[in-house]
Design a protein around this ligand. Structure first.
Ligand code: NDP
Ligand code: GDR
Length: 371
């Protein structure tokens, strides 16, 4: 019998990579998707199987983390060996606008899953992975951050995730459940949501290079993040559920970089050297040189500016993780470094934007989404 996994948040970045990974391992994969007025399954369409075909190994269920009865019914039907709870309102800045909803989905949503497992008598069968986050560390208490570093959350998102972290630990201790937190530092990919900073940058740089956008507006460029590749991080999620004893793990690269340097690296991928001048809100990124004749960006053009609208009421300035425990105990080893990640994202976005450019040149309307 194949193992059965249930993934909440299967339509998101991590859910898509994890579903593909588990299918390759021979799992029967179930996913929870939200009802939406438009199709929201782009990231997993290549894995989709016609519901009329027998013996499917990818099955989607409508559901929502704010609906206990729905979650309980799905878990009862699916009887999963492993649940990966990846669903969340995952945007830190947006959580300041929707704090109550974020607490409900990201905090109580985790409780609903754990409690459903308990009520259904599945505590011995079902293992749970909780998508915890480096945002828990928030205001710097220790560098690099590891499993024992105290938490100091700095957003409604992080506070909700802190509840989820501790309720996972509590159910493990109270009911002897195999329930674990993966404390994952930022991980990105060509599938990253367009409003997270890395993807916003790689999309904008590709468009600027192709003459389809004039300027990229950013918030705090001094923020430092420990960025890895989502493809590496979903492997760690699986490893965390395959151990003899349930434990919590930090997953990170151990290298930190400013948003500004990420911008420079992205421009370098299209042969553009960028220099920054000015300070704080007056800082601008200017084209210093362009070695790639394919892209027509004029030297001296200001292509990056600051828009304080992207500042957060409270910021997390520095994240750098210590992955020693996951390397030693899980044998986890990432394949991508930051340069490889930027290259992968830029290659993908240049390709996507070239497609748009082709349509535009052919007289078709191409919509611009900015955030
Ligand atoms: P995404 O934002 O790409 O995906 C989030 C997923 O959750 C989507 O499938 C979304 O559905 C779904 N979702 C949102 N709200 C609900 C809800 N109320 N009920 C059911 N489903 C819902 O996030 P990532 O893939 O990047 O991250 C996965 C998880 O890991 C999240 O919990 C995130 O907070 C956490 N995390 C992410 C890190 C990162 O760097 N990526 C680092 C550390 C933790 P829809 O597609 O319909 O919007
Ligand atoms: P983060 O990711 O908040 O770390 O949360 P994000 O990419 O949104 O921000 C990273 C840093 O970049 C700064 N920044 C900007 N951010 C955005 N989104 N847009 C901008 O224009 C911009 N300019 C500067 C931010 O201020 C911040 O310092 C991500 C999410 O995936 C969470 O779900 C996850 O838990 C954490 O990573 C680990």
């Amino acid at each position: 019998m194949p193992k059965i996994a249930l993934i909440t948040g299967i339509t998101g970045q991590d859910g898509a990579y994890l579903a593909e990974f588990l299918l390759k391992k021979g799992y029967e994969v179930h996913g929870i998707k939200r009802r939406s007025s438009l199709f929201n399954t782009d990231r997993i369409d290549h894995l989709y199987q016609d519901p009329h075909v027998e013996n499917r190994n990818l099955i989607l269920h409508y559901g929502d983390l704010t609906d206990s009865m729905n979650l309980t019914r799905i878990i009862q039907e699916v009887q999963p060996d492993e649940i990966y709870n990846l669903a969340a309102m995952s945007h830190v800045k947006v959580s300041f606008d929707t704090p109550e909803y974020t607490a409900n989905a990201d905090g109580l949503g985790t409780l609903r899953i754990l409690e459903a497992i308990r009520l259904l008598g599945l505590t011995e069968k079902t293992r749970v992975y909780q998508a915890s986050t480096s945002e828990l560390y928030g205001l710097v208490q220790e560098v690099p951050q590891k499993e024992t570093t105290p938490f100091y959350p700095r957003s409604p998102y992080a506070v909700a995730k802190m509840y989820a972290y501790w309720i996972t630990v509590n159910y493990r201790e109270a009911y002897n459940m195999y329930a674990c937190n993966g404390i994952l530092f930022n991980h990105e990919s060509p599938l990253r949501g367009e409003t997270f900073v890395t993807r916003k940058i790689t999309r904008a740089v590709s468009k600027i290079a192709l003459g389809m956008q004039d300027c990229l507006y950013l918030g705090n460029m001094d923020a430092k993040r420990d960025w890895g590749h989502a493809k590496d991080y979903i492997k760690a999620m699986w490893l965390i559920l395959q151990q003899e004893h349930p434990e919590d793990y930090v997953i990170a690269t151990g290298v930190t970089t400013t948003v500004r340097d990420f911008v420079k690296m992205a421009f370098a991928e299209v042969g553009v050297e960028l220099e920054f001048k000015g300070e704080a809100e007056a800082e601008v990124g200017i084209i210093k040189a362009c070695s790639n004749p394919e892209y027509q960006v004029a030297i001296g053009t200001e292509v990056v500016k600051v828009d304080p609208a992207y500042y957060r009421p409270t910021e997390v300035e520095l994240l750098i993780g210590d992955p020693t425990k996951s390397k030693e105990k899980l044998g986890w080893e990432p394949e991508y470094d930051l340069a490889g990640l930027v290259k992968d994202m830029m290659e993908s976005d240049v390709k996507l934007m070239k497609k748009d450019r082709y349509l535009k040149d052919g007289g078709y309307e191409v919509l611009n989404y900015f955030e």
